[in-house]
Design a protein around this ligand. Structure first.
Ligand code: AMP
Length: 304
């Protein structure tokens, strides 16, 4: 079943207590697509500028399941760039700079061959762009979006309009609370349900994730990593979404039980991403390692 992701392709500069990385490949689309590609073919739609390094394009292409027909290259524009710094406990992050570049221009072009996509993930980018892209997939059976603090601050009305049209929203606890002015992740999730979607997944970092829908709530723990394994949490959220959506797409279903199983695959994929800067750990990953970790996770998460 065809899975598509749109969002940012970025050049990241990262600082963490574990070290720094300058000018590495990042962006919501890149992490999502790389992670998803281990479980399902994935179509990528995103724009980059003339400054996008050839080695970053090669890295994206090295993930065999990623189709890059939707990589919109704009020679006279600049690629989205972002800098972030993690504070001592790695749970808190501050943005150092955001250079929107191509994000200030027209949305990326969707190749005609992609219009039949059924599983649509609208990764982090301006909500108007997410909406524009959503409408280009008339055969969708499941549409899910992400968002983050910048868009909640500067494009709230557009975001609320988007929530009315998607099936699901995946976002982190800080963002959910910021959106709803609630101090509890479940209450915040319920507040977002009232805005339109039929389910909300609230990511809580090292405390796992919660699925909230009209008939109940389901929780899933994070993969139990000790501090020495956490090198760079950047992209964990996008990787989680990539694993989740790829699992849902490969089963060809979009019921809540499948979404919940998808959360387990997303958790396992994210547990790899945080082990190195940027996409480095995913670059060295294979399906055998993923399946082995899934077995460990099933044992660790088992109750009763
Ligand atoms: P995550 O750690 O999952 O929240 O995602 C980190 C990625 O999001 C980085 O690789 C950044 O390039 C990208 N990013 C940062 N700010 C934004 C933004 N405002 N919109 C879209 N992507 C962003």
């Amino acid at each position: 079943m065809s899975l598509i992701v749109t969002g940012t392709i970025g050049i990241d500069t990262l600082h963490a207590p574990t070290g720094s990385a300058e000018g590495v490949l990042g962006g919501s689309c890149s992490y999502f697509a790389a992670a998803a590609s281990f479980l399902s073919p994935v179509r990528l739609v995103g724009a980059v500028g003339g400054d996008f390094p050839a080695e970053h394009a090669e890295l994206l292409a090295s993930f065999k399941g990623v189709c890059l027909k939707g990589l919109d290259r704009r020679p006279s524009s600049r690629t989205f760039a972002w800098g972030g710094r993690y504070l001592d406990d790695m749970n808190r992050r501050e943005t150092l700079f955001t250079e929107l570049g191509v994000l200030e221009e027209a949305p990326p072009k969707v190749p005609a061959a992609y219009h039949d996509s059924q599983y649509v993930f609208l990764g982090n980018t301006h909500p108007s762009v997410q909406m524009d892209l959503l409408h280009q997939f008339p055969h969708r059976s499941l549409a899910v979006c992400d968002t983050m603090d910048l868009w909640i601050n500067i494009a709230r009305p557009e975001l609320l309009a988007l929530f009315k049209e998607v099936d699901g929203v995946v976002l982190n606890d800080q963002e959910a609370m910021q959106l709803t002015e609630s101090r509890n992740a479940i209450t915040a999730g319920r507040g977002i349900l009232d805005l339109g979607p039929r389910f909300v997944v609230v990511k809580k970092g090292e405390h796992g994730a919660v699925l909230i829908h009209r008939d109940g709530v389901a929780t899933i723990p994070a993969f139990p990593a000790d501090a020495s394994q956490v090198i760079d949490p950047t992209g964990a959220g996008d990787t989680f979404a990539g694993g989740l959506m790829a699992h849902v797409a490969r089963t060809g279903s979009s019921d809540l039980a499948t979404v919940q199983q998808g959360m387990a695959w997303g958790t396992v994929m994210a547990s790899f991403t945080i082990e190195a800067f940027g996409l480095e750990r995913l670059r060295r990953l294979d399906l055998h390692q993923i399946n082995e970790r899934m077995k460990l996770f099933r044992t660790a998460a088992k109750v009763g």
